[in-house]
Design a protein around this ligand. Structure first.
Ligand code: B12
Length: 591
């Protein structure tokens, strides 16, 4: 085991309240809460989504799930109805469940939402909106993104239970940061109260959902550590809080064989047998050629459905719309891949019997063994350092403050090996990290052949991300460092005001921002305004990533590059062009 070179107890805030008491406080609120019944549960004669999934498992039918989240709740509600009708009109089974990809503001306490920056995705503003969420069509909602995890967790959990939602998440999102919110102690307590409330309805089938890639596993290098992380989440949810833990995953993996093995490994470390809420479809194999992405969705969904049926998992694979790389999909794009997903169910009996599952099972066993090593190292390491690992509050906040990289370095399942970025040889390297490393090599090779080092050397460039997406930020920082700039890596999830403060403090020559959440225009405008207030308008700003936003009532976010350029922000598109643009700025010429 690697020596723990961090003072873990120093990460524990002295004024952290007892997490067990917060859980009890949440549980006590159940006495005054009247749980509703959704249209899906009423139509199918079940008390909860869990009951439905257990029926699917026992009777051998496939469930399907979709992600949905247009600009407003009204647009999203209409889309849900249209997708349902579309399935009926084509003669295919409608989806069993949808995950509401709510806007980030929903993670904040209600009183702060109206004033917070708007990103892409719907927000629910009234009791009527919540009611409609569970009653627009007989498709069971998950109260998903931004519901539990942030400081608004308890309010959202209460609203969701009232209307009959029985899968509420997302535990892994506890590791996110919400705009203008830095108080992680009250955030932790809000999450524990919400989870305590869910635990009171465990016997009714209510589950605490998680989607691994939204948290640390999304940037882990090793799939074995995904499995170990799921064990930690399960331990916190089931053992310490008493809430049924439902573990979903899948979006950042392209290889169907690996994906099958990880799905089975996660099932193996789930002794309570709670069916996974969903298996997200592959979101990284897609390219900007939408037609070619049909291959990605077909192979991915067929495999996930075969695994689900063969091993009786009761999960619900998601078919990802082919426009994934570019933007939030329209309802028609969701309906199209839902139809493909249902048709693929016909192929399960034709293909599955000919597959050599023993290879996949062997891989599963290796991942399970690695996952257990991660779990034991983490719980043993924290406990050995004096953290009370029976207090969910202590466990959550110390892991949050430790950060994903250190967590994987310290507790990872792989053997120590300095050749690898996290100091360990992965049991099985993750697809997204593998792809990003290949892209990084190509980029560095290309840039090193251009002989631009002299022109750019010593330029101080601040690199950051407006949100959780950190792979592009990593590539930008690597590439700019390799060509000779002095990189100030300002990390992810930053607000415009913080960036301006850092620019002044570090005397940066340029700011490079990657953004993905559909907030590019307002973020850029605010940043430029704040730079002007700080009398630093001469510092050039470059933005890239997904440069769109919901503007003027658009149902899905639209391209805002022209607006950004009008405020003086440059949008060079690719990293090699960014290097050219930085050099041009230094020379005082426009590109
Ligand atoms: C991985 C991923 C995630 C992971 C992130 C893990 C992590 N810690 O990084 C997770 C699952 C956590 C996630 C969460 C969310 N995601 Co996401 N995610 C993606 C995904 C699949 C890949 C992005 C990625 O990392 N690519 C690899 C990197 C290397 O490539 P890249 O980002 O494209 O960057 C390249 C270029 O764009 C360019 N570039 C990037 N930045 C810059 C900057 C400059 C200056 C320049 C010159 C170039 C440049 O260079 C890079 C190298 O070529 C995309 C879809 C897709 N397939 O692209 C969605 C996507 C970006 N996500 C999306 C959304 C909406 C979200 C959420 C808001 C969803 C939600 N409601 O909760 C949350 C974010 C919440 C938060 N708190 O911030 C949307 C954005 C939609 C839009 N704006 O229209 C996308 C497009 C998916 C979709 N179709 O809906 N996501």
């Amino acid at each position: 085991m690697t020596e723990i070179d961090v003072d873990l107890t120093a990460l524990l805030p002295a004024d952290l309240p007892d997490g067990r008491e917060a859980v009890e406080e949440g549980r006590a609120l159940a006495a005054d809460l009247e749980r509703g019944r959704s249209l899906f549960c009423a139509t199918n004669g079940v008390g909860s989504e869990r009951e439905w999934r257990e029926r699917a498992r026992a009777e051998g039918f496939s469930c399907s799930c979709m992600n949905i989240g247009l600009a407003t709740w009204a647009d999203t509600r209409e889309a849900i109805g249209l997708i349902y009708e579309d399935a009926l009109s084509r003669g295919v089974k409608p989806p069993d469940r949808f995950n509401l990809l709510a806007e980030r503001r929903m993670g904040l306490p209600k009183a702060m939402r109206a004033e917070a920056p708007q990103e892409t995705g719907p927000a629910l503003w009234s009791d009527q909106d919540w009611f409609e969420l569970a009653n627009t069509a007989p498709i069971q909602p998950e109260a998903a993104d931004n519901m539990i995890g942030g400081p608004g967790s308890l309010e959202n959990a209460t609203d969701a239970l009232r209307v009959g939602i029985t899968h509420i998440g997302v535990l892994s999102q506890y590791h996110w940061r919400w705009p203008y919110w830095d108080d992680d102690i009250s955030q932790t307590m809000a999450v524990l109260k919400a989870a305590g409330l869910l635990s009171a309805f465990r016997a009714d089938g209510v589950c605490f959902d998680s989607y691994l890639e939204d948290g640390y596993p999304g940037v882990f290098h090793d799939y074995a550590n995904y499995v170990g992380w799921s064990m930690i989440e399960r331990y916190i949810s089931e053992e310490l809080i008493g809430a049924a833990y439902s573990c979903s995953w899948g979006g950042l993996t392209q290889n169907p064989v690996i994906k099958s093995a990880v799905t089975l490994a996660l099932h193996e470390v789930n002794p309570d047998g709670v069916p996974a809420g969903f298996v997200q479809g592959d979101t990284i194999g897609n390219t900007s050629d939408f037609d070619s992405n049909m291959a990605v969705v077909s192979s991915d969904v067929l495999f996930m459905k075969m695994v689900d049926r063969r091993y009786g998992l009761g999960g619900a694979p998601i078919a990802v719309p082919v426009t994934e790389t570019e933007r939030i999909p329209s309802w028609e794009e969701v309906a199209t891949v839902q139809t493909i997903g249902r048709r693929l169910e016909e192929y399960i009996p034709l293909v599955s019997p000919s597959i050599d599952w023993s290879h996949i099972e062997a891989l599963r066993d290796e991942l399970v063994a690695g996952g257990r090593r991660f779990f034991d190292a983490a719980i043993g390491g924290l406990s050995g350092a004096g953290i009370d690992v029976e207090d969910p509050g202590q466990l959550l906040i110390v892991l949050k403050r430790l950060g994903s990289n250190r967590c994987e370095e310290l507790f990872g399942a792989g053997e120590p090996d300095e050749e690898f970025p996290r100091g360990r040889r992965p049991v099985l390297q993750t697809d997204l990290v593998k792809n990003t490393m290949v892209e990084r090599e190509k980029l560095l090779e290309e840039l090193s052949g251009r002989g631009q080092e002299e022109a750019i050397r010593g330029m101080k460039v601040l690199v950051t991300s407006t949100d959780v997406h950190e792979f592009a930020e990593f590539l930008l920082a690597s590439a700019l460092g390799a060509v000779g700039t002095e990189v100030i890596d300002f990390g992810v999830n930053r607000d415009p005001e913080d960036i301006v403060k850092a620019v002044i403090e570090t005397d940066a020559d340029a700011v490079v921002i990657t953004t993905h959440n559909g907030v590019a225009r307002s973020f850029g405008q605010r940043l430029v305004g704040e730079l002007a207030v700080a009398e630093a308008s001469e510092v050039p700003v470059f933005m890239g990533g997904v440069l769109n936003e919901d503007v003027d009532g658009s149902e899905i976010p639209i391209d805002v590059r022209a607006d950004l350029n009008a405020t003086g922000i440059e949008t060079p598109g690719t990293i090699d062009r960014l290097v050219d643009a930085l050099i041009a700025r230094r020379r005082g010429v426009a590109v």
